[in-house]
Design a protein around this ligand. Structure first.
Ligand code: F6R
Length: 615
């Protein structure tokens, strides 16, 4: 995690670095720092805590240096959050600075070796070995690019780094291995950053560095080399279609709220051009699987973490019903260390908003080793997971900045449904009539979500006051809404810090029912047209008879539910296949409003960071 930004050009460098860091702060916010070249030497300014503290410090700097600089916003891995552990880090003489995102696994050995040679360390970070290793190579007479390349050959682990040197202050070096890094190509200026939104105010032309590549950036040139042997590599420039304003709050109090409200558009963008509104046929050639390959599939294995994993669980219900293939849904952090029972007839589907989540990526790589095909569902163009898959369904949800995933989730559900329709039509496991029915219901979803947000947001705002002092919450769902119960609980705990658990409602009687008393609020998801509705009502009765308080989400006009629940929030009637999308919306709003009344930092919850690029 951590965000890095680098600039070389003629602009005043502090505003560029601060703006870039502001757009990267979602990646980590324990501390932040910048380095720039000013009056013949490198200045490093760092501050503990949020970016605001660094901004305050820099406001007092009093000068406006131009040319070259690096910035970093940190999510601590090695060394507590503290000013001396904040990046950039330098060599012994502070003639060289480095920012780093990733983890250097052999840093103990390297540090011991460097200390024996007389290097003095100022921090407890793993990163600090990098400038000292480069310093060694510079002293041996290599130029900066070669010194960086040789230093990195000694490093084990993951890194995206930016480097500059006081003796060559026209040159910025970038390098990556297993941590994301994108180069921004401008006119008379160039950039590097952990993520696209950081450079969007200045350029939309980007180059995605691959693992094992480094770049030498000057204001007028960009040269890519292989880290292995220094050979030159030709790379294409891609054009980004997001604009800088999409990564702004646009009048909303928080990114999370803005992103909740953007869901009708995000869902529409995900199916637009792919779903024929007349016939319900789906066209997604970008998955790059031939009809023969689709027909030869024996199993699907979905790989994901966190919220994306919950989308995968919904996918299991959909694929099993309409594609009639067995589906396993695996947490990236578990799958990567398991015995694999997959082969070339297995399709793996990595699902990831960022496309950079380390555990999902490592799982994908293991699956690829045994010959599985891969079709990713991802939001970020050119991200590593998309580049290591055969094909990708991009969700086109636009940049998601709030740490709690919202629009990325509902557009992942949309993309999964497209894939289900596509496979169903190709494998003839889905009749034309069913396909048309599901397509019609998906086409209605953007409008339904828009109306739903309008209707339930004020209701939920009121409810949030009543629930703000609760310490625990249970979320119950069955069948395709069981993963949505998990997702609702995750949203609540991550941004409001209320302990919440999601359960399959039928599991209550096997243990958790012991928790029920008048202090335990229970959220129950109970649409009237689901085949498990009656079972859900019985589970709600079981909670009520133990004095639990039930807040139920159900279908408009459902009197039975209104009778058994303490309170209800009603949703429009919708088909089983799209119900996970609609039932997610009130749960996102509840988590958001409870967090707001509790005074929590909604967009940057404690201990978290978006895009988890470490294990
Ligand atoms: C929760 C959340 C995380 C992510 C998870 C995977 O709101 O955002 O649980 O879903 O870290 O991230 P991606 O989808 O980028 O792989």
């Amino acid at each position: 995690m951590c965000g890095i930004i680098g600039y070389v050009g003629e602009r005043a460098v502090i505003p560029v670095l601060l703006e870039g860091l502001r757009r990267l702060e979602y990646r980590g916010y324990d501390s932040a720092g910048v380095a720039f070249f000013d009056e013949g030497k490198i200045s490093v300014i760092r501050a503990l805590g949020k970016l605001f503290n660094l901004q305050e410090l820099l406001a007092g700097y009093g000068k406006n240096p131009r040319g070259i600089g690096l910035g970093h916003t940190r999510w601590a891995t090695h060394g507590e959050p503290a000013e001396h552990n904040a990046h950039p880090h330098g060599d012994c003489r502070q003639e060289l600075v480095v920012v780093h995102n990733g983890i250097i696994e052999n840093y103990h050995t390297l540090r011991g070796m460097l200390e024996q040679k007389g290097h003095k360390f100022r921090s407890q970070t793993d990163t600090e070995v990098i400038p000292h290793l480069i310093e060694e190579e510079l002293e041996a007479g290599f130029d900066l690019p070669e010194a960086v390349r040789r230093a990195l050959s000694k490093v084990e682990g993951a890194y995206a780094i930016g480097v500059f040197w006081a003796k060559a202050p026209h040159m910025l070096i970038a390098a990556r291995y297993q941590s994301p890094l994108v180069l921004g190509i401008g006119e008379g200026e160039n950039f590097m950053a952990s993520d696209i939104p950081a450079i969007l105010p200045w350029t939309k032309n980007v180059i995605f560095l691959d693992d094992g590549e480094m770049a030498i950036l000057t204001k007028d040139s960009c040269q890519i080399l292989s880290l292995r042997d220094g050979r030159k590599i030709a790379k294409e420039i891609s054009r980004i279609h997001w604009d800088a304003a999409m990564a702004e709050k646009a009048g909303f109090k928080h990114f999370m709220l803005k992103e909740i409200y953007e869901q009708p558009q995000a869902i529409l963008n995900t199916f637009r051009g792919r779903l024929d509104p007349e016939t319900g046929e789906v066209n997604i050639p970008e998955i790059c699987l031939s009809p023969e390959e689709v027909l030869s599939l024996k199993k699907i294995c979905i790989l994901a973490c966190g919220t994306s994993y919950h989308a995968g669980l919904v996918g299991k219900y959909l694929f099993e019903r309409w594609v009639r293939l067995p589906v396993e849904v695996e947490l990236g952090s578990e799958f990567r260390y398991r015995d694999l029972l997959i082969d070339k007839n297995t399709l793996v589907i990595p699902i990831s908003q960022s496309g950079e989540t380390a555990d999902t990526l490592a799982s994908l790589r293991r699956a690829r080793e045994v010959g599985a095909k891969a079709v990713a569902i991802c939001n970020v163009l050119g991200s590593t997971i998309t580049r290591e898959s055969d094909g990708t369904i991009y969700t086109h949800a636009g940049p998601e900045i709030g740490v709690a995933s919202t629009k990325a989730f509902t557009s992942q559900l949309t993309a999964l449904l497209l894939l289900v329709l596509y496979f169903g039509q190709m494998r003839k496991s889905l009749s034309e009539q069913e396909r048309r029915r599901i397509a019609r219901s998906l086409l209605r979803v953007p409008y339904q979500v828009e109306k739903l947000i309008e209707k339930v947001h004020p209701e939920i705002k009121d409810l949030a006051y009543d629930y703000q002092r609760k310490e625990h919450f249970l979320y119950l769902g069955r069948n395709i809404l069981f993963p949505i119960a998990l997702e609702g609980a995750l949203k609540l705990k991550e941004i409001s810090y209320i302990h919440a658990e999601g359960y399959a409602a039928g599991e209550m009687k096997h243990g958790p029912i012991a928790l029920i008393d008048e202090n335990m609020p229970v959220m129950a998801l109970a649409p009237a047209n689901h085949h498990v509705y009656e079972k859900m009502i019985s589970n709600i009765e079981e909670v009520r008879s133990r004095r639990g308080e039930i807040l139920a989400l159900g279908t408009e006009g459902d009197e039975t539910l209104a009778r058994v629940a303490t309170r209800t929030v009603s949703l429009p009637e919708c088909e089983w296949e799209v119900s996970p999308i609609l039932y997610t919306i009130p749960l996102q709003l509840l988590a958001y409003e409870v967090a707001v009344v509790r005074g929590c930092d909604v967009d940057q919850p404690r201990n978290l960071a978006k895009s988890v690029t470490v294990e």
